[in-house]
Design a protein around this ligand. Structure first.
Ligand code: SF4
Length: 329
C-alpha cells in the first residue's frame, strides 16, 4: 500500500466541490450551486513545495479542506501513497491526519487560550494514543524554532508574540511527524518582519523532515524563493502550473501575468508591465461561459466567451489553460 518511492505521492484528479446556495429566486425551485472547486488536477511529490496562489474566494482554501477530509468532494479522486483517500470513514480519516496536517491562517484562533503550550502541543499525541510524548513535544517545538523548549512549555498563548504563536501551531502539526503540511495563508496575519522567518522555517522543515508543503496564499510575491512549483487558481480552477521559474519568468496565462505585474520586484529580469484587472472576481454561482476569466481578461477575443480552454502543455513542467496558449485564435 505504502510506496515510499512514489514520485507523485499525492494525486488530485478531477476534484470538484459544489455547495448548495438555495433557490435562484423566492418562487423558483431551481437550486443554485457555488462552484468552489471545479475540476482540479494536481500532483505533489515527496518533500515538494507547491504554492497554490489566487485571489480570495478562488477556492484554494476549500481545496485544502478537501485534502484534509474536512469537506466531502462532489466528484473526483484524491490518492495518497497509492491509497484512494477521497471518501474515508472516521477511523481511516483519523489515521490520515497523522500524515497530512494543516496550519491555518490565524494563530490566535488556532490556539486554546486556557491551555499551556505543553498541553497544546501534546494534545495531538493524546488524540492518536502515541507514547514518548515529552521527547516528541520538545523535538517538535525546537524544530519549529521554539528553543529551548523548556522556556515555552509552561506559558500560555497570550504570553507569546504572533510569530511565536504560529511556531506553536506548526509544532502541534509537526508532533505527529506528518508527510504533508497544508499551510493556509500561514503568514498573512503576521507582521511583515516575521513573515520571512516563518517561511524560512517551512523551507527548513521540508529539508530536515522531508515534508511536502502546499502553501496556500493570495500573495504570489511571498512564494518566490520558497516554492518548487506554483499553481495559479482562478474561480475554482487551476489556470497555470509550472516550476517557480516557469511561472515567475515566463507566465503564459493573462491572469498570472496580472498577478505578477503588481508585485514589487527588485530584480529587473522578473519585472512585468503593470496590469490592472477590471471588475471583481465573478460570483462562483454564475461562472462565466467559455473561459471563466473572459469578463476581466485584457487579451480576450470573441471565441473566449464560447470556448472553455483546455490545459495546454507548454513544456514538460509548464501548463496553462488559455486559448492563446492553445493556439485557438
Ligand atoms: Fe483571456 Fe481568452 Fe485566454 Fe481566457 S482564453 S485567458 S479570456 S485570452
Amino acid at each position: 500500500m505504502n510506496n515510499p518511492n512514489a514520485e507523485n505521492f499525492l494525486e488530485i484528479r478531477g476534484l470538484k466541490k459544489y455547495f448548495e446556495a438555495g433557490n435562484s429566486t423566492l418562487f423558483s425551485r431551481e437550486t443554485r450551486q457555488i462552484h468552489a472547486v471545479d475540476d482540479v488536477n494536481l500532483t505533489l511529490r515527496r518533500s515538494e513545495v507547491i504554492a497554490l496562489v489566487g485571489e480570495s474566494g478562488c477556492g484554494k482554501s476549500t481545496l485544502g479542506l478537501l485534502l484534509m477530509g474536512l469537506e466531502d468532494p462532489t466528484a473526483g479522486t484524491v490518492t495518497f501513497e497509492d491509497q484512494d483517500i477521497t471518501h474515508l470513514n472516521d477511523t481511516q480519516r483519523k489515521g490520515l491526519r497523522r500524515k497530512i496536517q494543516m496550519v491555518f491562517q490565524d494563530p490566535y484562533e488556532s490556539l486554546n487560550p486556557t491551555q499551556t503550550i505543553a498541553e497544546i502541543v501534546t494534545e495531538p499525541l493524546l488524540v492518536h494514543g502515541i507514547g514518548e510524548r515529552e521527547e516528541r513535544v520538545k523535538k517538535a517545538m525546537e524544530d519549529a524554532g521554539l528553543k529551548p523548549a523548556e522556556v515555552y512549555l509552561g506559558r500560555y498563548p497570550h504570553e507569546l508574540s504572533g510569530g511565536q504563536r504560529q511556531r506553536v501551531v506548526i509544532a502541534a502539526a509537526l508532533v505527529l511527524e506528518p508527510e504533508i503540511i497544508i499551510a493556509d495563508e500561514p503568514v498573512s496575519m503576521l507582521d511583515v518582519s516575521i513573515r520571512a522567518e516563518v517561511i524560512n522555517l517551512l523551507a527548513d522543515l521540508r529539508i530536515s523532515r522531508q515534508i511536502a508543503v502546499i502553501f496556500i496564499t493570495h500573495d504570489l510575491g511571498s512564494v518566490g524563493f520558497f516554492a518548487d512549483r506554483v499553481a495559479v487558481m482562478y474561480l475554482g480552477r487551476i489556470v497555470e502550473v509550472g516550476t517557480m521559474l516557469d511561472v515567475l519568468e515566463k507566465p503564459q496565462h493573462p491572469y498570472t501575468k496580472a498577478l505578477l505585474s503588481v508585485i514589487p520586484v527588485p530584480n529587473p529580469r522578473l519585472r512585468h508591465e503593470r496590469i490592472i484587472l477590471q471588475g471583481e472576481t465573478p460570483n462562483p454561482i454564475n461562472v462565466p461561459s467559455g473561459c471563466r476569466f473572459h469578463p476581466r481578461c485584457p487579451a480576450a477575443f470573441d471565441t473566449c466567451k464560447l470556448s472553455d480552454p483546455p490545459m495546454t502543455t507548454l513544456t514538460k513542467t509548464h501548463q496553462a489553460a488559455c486559448l492563446l496558449v492553445a493556439g485557438s485564435k
